[in-house]
Design a protein around this ligand. Structure first.
Ligand SMILES: NC(=O)c1ccc[n+]([C@@H]2O[C@H](COP(=O)([O-])OP(=O)(O)OC[C@H]3O[C@@H](n4cnc5c(N)ncnc54)[C@H](OP(=O)(O)O)[C@@H]3O)[C@@H](O)[C@H]2O)c1
Length: 289
């Protein structure tokens, strides 16, 4: 049993922290909106704290999963932050999707006080978090990764150290760039098939067994055709992730022409009020133009 803390009980963090508790660990949680922490403790047991600092005091490993770079700095730095509460020799694993820059900044801040910081963004969505089957891409140092991995395993089906601090976030960027173009392609194909008068259940069934198969096709194609877009990964989050990719591409010189175009489509979805629709809502622009 490891003494752990979890900061940020959102769509992802709430079930992830639950899997840590179910895995036999001693879990203390903190959430900005205290009602969610109260509900979590009622459901899972464990303890809740009033600040991130209080939550992580005495923890061997602290976890977080908040929104963006600024949210992350807000819960990690400062007198009530995670780093103020962690003792030398402890580990801090951040599951937020954020920039590689903030990952390196927090890694350096941790090092000054003997805390090992691992950037560990996840893929697999709300369902992956609820089923404890996330893919976790880590950046950091080998020894603390080896210590943290068995605990991360509680909410993951795959956990990989990608390289030094920031490498987890860079890998997540690759993941999001893949998804952006793929979802637009899938939306165009599904819309085309519907306009051609095909039975789309049969189309998805047959081409889903061939070279066009993808996670997005398996999980989203049929709901896209029905105009249903309430499945977890919000358009607002995708635009946040793509903006991180564009900033990184500015530094490394990579060209992202399709991702940039798809980002504009997502801006149109937001203008239609689709901020919390899931990323497959690119289909909405094609069905109702
Ligand atoms: N949802 C997905 O399918 C998915 C998949 C992969 C990765 N991610 C990434 O995982 C992260 C969390 O996503 P989510 O869907 O769980 O988001 P969410 O449901 O909106 O939850 C965000 C959590 O962060 C907390 N938070 C945000 N800003 C904060 C701040 N400034 N100070 C303190 N707490 C703050 C929120 O507290 P309150 O409850 O008080 O608002 C909440 O607990 C994001 O970086 C997202 O891109 C999400």
């Amino acid at each position: 049993m490891t003494k752990v803390a979890f900061i940020g009980l959102g769509v992802m963090g709430y079930p992830m922290a639950g899997h840590l508790k179910a895995g036999g660990h001693d879990v203390t949680v903190y959430n900005r909106t205290a009602a969610k922490a109260e509900a979590w403790v009622k459901q899972h047991g464990g303890a809740m704290a009033k600040t991130p600092r209080e939550a992580v005091e005495g923890a061997e490993i602290a976890f977080s999963c908040v929104g963006n770079d600024d949210d992350l700095r807000g819960v990690v730095l400062g007198e009530d932050g995670i780093l103020a509460g962690l003792a030398s020799g402890s580990i801090y694993v951040d599951n937020t999707t954020a920039s590689a820059e903030v990952a390196r900044e927090l890694h350096a801040a941790g090092r000054e006080q003997g805390v090992d910081v691992i950037d560990a963004p996840v893929s697999g969505g709300q369902a992956g978090a609820e089923n404890g089957a996330l893919t976790v891409m880590c950046g950091g140092d080998e020894a603390p990764f080896a210590r943290a991995q068995p605990v991360i395993d509680c909410y993951a089906k795959a956990v990989t150290l990608m390289g030094p601090s920031g490498a987890g976030q860079l890998t997540k960027m690759v993941n999001q760039i893949c998804i952006a173009g793929l979802v637009q392609g899938l939306a165009e194909a599904m819309n085309f098939g519907m306009k051609a008068g095909l039975d789309m259940d049969k189309v998805i069934d047959v081409i889903g067994k061939g070279a066009a198969q993808s996670w997005q096709m398996d999980n989203r194609a049929s709901t896209m055709c029905k105009g249903e877009f309430e499945f977890g990964f919000a358009v607002d989050w995708m635009r946040k992730d793509l903006s991180i990719c564009f900033a990184e591409a500015n530094n490394n010189g990579a060209r992202l022409p399709v991702a940039a175009l798809v980002d504009q489509f997502y801006a149109q979805v937001q203008a239609r009020g689709g901020n919390r629709w899931d990323t497959s809502s690119l289909m909405h622009l094609l069905m109702k133009d």
